[in-house]
Design a protein around this ligand. Sequence first.
Ligand code: G3P
Ligand code: CA
Length: 239
Amino acid sequence: MLIIGHRGAAGTSPENTLMSISMALDCGVDWVEIDIRMVDDTIIVLHDETLDRTTNGSGSVYQHSLADLRTLDAGDGAQIPLLSEVLELIDARAGLNIEFKQRGLVGAVVEMTTAFIERQPRWRNRIMFSSFIPEVMSELSVLDPSHCMLGALSESNAEDPIRTANHLNAYSANISLVQLSKSLVESAHKQGLMVLVYTVNDNADVRRCFELSVDGIFTDFPERAIAFIQNLPMISRTQ
Ligand code: G3P
Ligand code: CA
C-alpha cells in the first residue's frame, strides 16, 4: 500500500511547506500531496484561499502580491513555497500529487511539469493531477496521459466516485475515508482503477485500508503509517 504524505507531513510539520515535504521524503513516502493556487502568474503551494489558518498573514491570498506572500511565515519560519521549488526539492525521489485548488492553472502547470519530466525522466509516471473542481477534472481528463496521471478526487458525499473516475479515464479514484467499503474497492479494481484514500491518520483506519486492499493512503503522519504497516505482515488482504 502506497503512503502519500498529505500536504507533506502535515501532522508533524507546517503543511505544504518545503520543510514538511522534506520530512515526508525522509520518512520514505512513496508520494507527496500538495495543493496549488496561482498569484502573479506564479504557482504557489497553499491549501486555503485565506491566509489566516496556515500563515501569519490574513485575508484572501488573492489580495496579496507574490512578493508579500513570500515574506509571510507559513509555520516554523517556513515560506509559502512555489510549485517549481517543490519539484526541485523532490527531484522525482517520490511521486507528486498536485491538487488544483483553483481554475485556470492547467496550462501553466502542464508546461512546468512537462519541462521537469524532460529534464528528469524519472518524473514520468510520478506526477498525478487531481482536483475537487469538476471543470478542472474535465480539463485534466483530456490531457495527453504522458504528461501526468489523473487521480479522480471525490468529495465525501460523492454519489458514485468509481463511475466518475471511469468516465474521466483516471488512473485512480481518490476517495474519502468516509466512502471506503469492500465493494467499492472491489468494483474499482475490477475496472482497472487504483483506490487512494484520504485522509487516513489513525492506525485502525490504516489497518482497515490495508485489509481492504486499498492501493494507497493520504496521511498527515507518514512516519507512523509506514512503521505501522511494516508491523502488519501477517494480515490477510481481500483480493
Ligand atoms: O487529495 C486528498 C486530499 O488532499 C483532499 O482534501 O482538503 O486535504 O485538500 P484536502
Ligand atoms: Ca489536498
